[in-house]
Structures are given as C-alpha cells and as structure tokens.
Design a protein around this ligand. Structure first.
Ligand code: ATP
Length: 428
C-alpha cells in the first residue's frame, strides 16, 4: 500500500463499508500491524446510511470483521437527504468522519484506480476545470486529520485477485448495479468499452489526472502571488480593487476561484462572471454587489469584499452583560486585565455589549470631544454592511468602546490600568 508504512499516526482509522475495496484495505492494514510495521491504535469505522434493507446486517458484519482482526469498532448512523441519494450519502458519511476524527488521526479510504478514472470522467461530464479534473487526492489534510487513499494506483482486478487469494468475503451492495446512478452507468456501460479500445485505460487517464493536478497547483501559486499583489487581507476578506482590475481577465477569475474555494464556497458561475466588468465599473455610490450560492461580492472604497450572505440575516441581541468571555452570534469578546492602556475597569458599574441603533455618539481615546458613531465608522473605512455587527461596549449606559477591528485588541479610553478587549470574529 502506497506510503502507509511511512505514516506515524496518532490513531489509524479504516473506513469500512464491507465492500471489496475496504475489505482489502482492512486486510492489508492488519498485515502491516501484525508484521510490526505499524505501531498505533487502529479503529474500524462504519457508517450506516439506513438506505438499504441490509444496512443493519452489514453493520453487524463489519463489527464481526473488526473483532476478528482485533480492531476497535465504531458505527455511526446518519440521515441522508433524499434529493440526491448518492451525493447525500457521501456528504453524510464524510460529515460523520469529520465530526469524530481528531487532529493527528489518519483516516484510510479504499478508493482505487478504477474509482479514480470514473471520478475523472464524471467531472469531465460536469465541465470541471483543472482542479476538478485532478480527481481525488491521495493525501489531503483538514484540521490536522490526514485523509489518505493508499490504493489509488491499484486496479479493481488486482483487488479481486487479492480478495480471492485471501478468501475475503466482500459484501455486495445491490445498489452498485443500479445504472440510474451516473457512476454505475459509467462503470458498467462506458469504461469497459473504452478499455477495449484503449488498453491500460487507468494508466492513460492517470497521466491526464497528474497533468491537471500540476496545472491546478500552478494556478493556485499564481493566485497566491496575485492576491499578495492585490493586498489581500484575511482579517476582513478583502483585496484592492484597482490592482485586481488591472490583472488579465483570466487571472482575475483565477484569483476569485482560489479565494472562494479556500473559503469553502463555490466559484462564481458563468452568469456571475458575465456581470463582473459591469460590477467593477459601476460608480462607488451605487454599492454594486453580485450574489451566488450564499455569498456576495461587494465593493467599498476601492476594495473588493467577499461577504457571506448570512451576515445580513444575523439576529443580534439588544444587549448582553459583559463577561470575561461574552459569546455573540458570530464571535466572542474576551476581556483581559492590562496595565498602561485599556478600558477603565470598574467592576461595580453596569457593563453591557450592544449593537448600533443609529444616532450614537462617543469620545474615542485621544479625542477632544464626542463624535457621532456614524462618522467615526466612516472615518475608519468600515464598510456599511459591517457597521450593524460591530460590538459596542457600554458602561452605565454610556458608549465607551467600539470594536472596529476584528481579530485585534481594541481600546477606547487610555488609563493606568484597565481591561483589554479582544474581539474574535468568526468568518465562515
Ligand atoms: N458505509 C461506509 N462506512 C464506512 N466507510 C465507507 C462507507 N462507504 C464507503 N466508505 C469508504 O469510502 C471508500 C469509497 O467508497 P465508495 O463510494 O467507493 O463506496 P463503496 O463502493 O461502497 O466502497 P466499497 O467498495 O468498500 O464498498 C470505501 O472504500 C470506504 O473506505
């Protein structure tokens, strides 16, 4: 198995459906463990999608398998949305794995070379670009968890021979025969014909996959360079509009695509792309915006912002009593003691966090007199859609501090000692 011996996991988890691939994966792992090549706790995880009559029987069969190999066994029951059963089952399964995996875990999945070729073909049919056509990654990390597919270079035929040699008894999922599912249709009707005409089909397709993977890495590197050039700020998800607009159109799209994918959002569809130049050229005071799939592109003072739509729909509390940690609907305020500068600490006073209603005024640190909050926020370049969300700190009904900059400490009135407030804002 590719690379598995070289991993040093905190815990090794094998995702086992009970089918051919995962049974071979399980057996190979057991051989590595029993020959002393792998020293770590090993667990077998099974997801019961509850979709088939045999689901509970399979769950029990996988439990027996795991016990036979001497591995810890865990099963998760998930609910699958029925709109698209195939994708729903996969999403529910990956969500269950993500929810239970911990940083340092290595999670093994049993996809093989034929699965990889099918994935490429499915993505071609969907019109994917280089990133999609790079198909499944052999190793991917997320939140410290390694998702590894060690059998991507092994053909299904080889797995069948292995299963036969070791007398494994894979569970046959009857839904694998249903050609209403695109993958099954490809597997049964298309791939065998292609392989007849072009022998070593998987190896041929793998060359394209590798070329796409390389092209995708280059596009990512170019996007990172361009984003730096465009003064991209992670703190407020924005970049400089003039620098971005000066790029060629392909590089503009490339920046947006990589930017959005990194935030877990879908890249802009063709309909949005077609409106981009109009959006860039619109006058500032028109407050132009483009929306798709729960996200918006907005402009403010020569910067381009990528804003999650839910931000506009948050229901904010009228007021919250300030605590050492005050949880707000999209972030947290943390109070710590400081010397030299801070909000003057008076534990006897009534401290509250509120949000903007309009008409507020206050006296920022160093200012000779009070200013309107609206002008203050304009002066700090806070975009209009952000202003309602900024936590305001009140002491005995008087506005004393304003959290204008997420993810940074903020102070209002200088004093000998006091409180330092950190506003940790959640971005999606
Ligand atoms: N119900 C499940 N529980 C745990 N892991 C699963 C489950 N379904 C799939 N997997 C994991 O994902 C891999 C790829 O899944 P795929 O969608 O090809 O499912 P599959 O065809 O049912 O896999 P298999 O050939 O193991 O039956 C499997 O090899 C396995 O590691």
């Amino acid at each position: 198995m590719v690379g598995l011996k070289h991993l040093a996991p905190r815990r090794l988890v094998i995702a086992v459906s009970g089918g051919l691939d995962s049974q071979v994966l399980l057996h190979l792992t057991w051989r590595l463990v029993s020959s002393g090549c792998l020293y770590c706790p090993v667990e077998v995880w099974h997801v019961n999608h509850g979709l088939q009559a045999g689901a509970s029987t399979w769950q029990a069969q996988v439990a027996r398998l795991a016990a036979g190999y001497g591995f810890v066994y865990r099963a998760f029951r998930v609910a699958v949305s029925t709109a698209n059963v195939e994708a729903g089952a996969r999403d529910a399964r990956y969500a269950a794995f993500s929810a239970h995996a911990k940083s340092g875990d290595v999670l093994l999945l049993g996809q093989h070379a034929d699965d990889q070729s099918e994935t490429l073909m499915l993505r071609l049919m969907r019109g994917s670009g280089p990133t999609g056509l790079a198909a499944m990654a052999e190793v991917r990390t997320s939140d410290g968890v390694y998702w590894v597919r060690p059998m991507l270079h092994i053909e299904r035929r080889q797995l069948e021979e292995y299963a036969c040699q070791w007398q494994l008894e894979p569970i046959e999922d009857p839904s694998n025969a249903l050609e209403v599912y695109d993958r099954n249709y490809l597997r049964h009707q298309i791939m065998p014909r292609l392989a007849q005409r072009w022998p070593s089909l998987n190896a041929r397709l793998r060359r394209s996959i590798e070329a796409c993977d390389e092209a995708s890495s280059l596009l990512q590197e170019l996007a990172e360079l361009d984003m730096r050039q465009c003064d991209w700020l992670a703190s407020d998800l924005s970049l400089a509009l003039p620098a971005w607009a000066a790029l060629s159109q392909s590089r503009q799209f490339n920046v947006l695509r990589c930017w959005f994918l990194a935030r877990g959002a879908l890249p802009p569809p063709v309909s949005v792309k077609a409106k981009l130049s109009q959006f860039v050229e619109a006058a500032d005071d028109r407050q132009p915006q483009l929306s798709w799939e729960g996200w918006q592109l907005r402009r403010y003072r020569q910067r381009l912002y990528f804003v999650p739509e839910w931000l506009g729909n948050i229901s904010l509390p009228q007021s919250r009593v300030l605590q050492t940690r005050t949880l707000l609907p999209y972030g947290e305020l943390i109070v710590s003691d400081v010397k030299g500068c801070g909000v003057r600490a008076d534990p006897q006073a009534c401290w509250e966090v509120r949000f903007r209603q309009g008409g507020e005024s206050w006296q920022p640190a160093g200012a000779a007199h009070k200013v309107s909050l609206k002008h203050y926020l304009q002066g700090r370049g806070i975009p209009p859609w952000e202003r309602a969300l900024i936590p305001l700190l009140y002491c005995d009904n008087e506005l004393v501090a304003v959290a204008t900059h997420p993810a940074q400490g903020w102070v209002a009135q200088a004093d000998e000692c006091g409180w330092w407030l950190t506003w940790q804002r959640e971005h999606t």
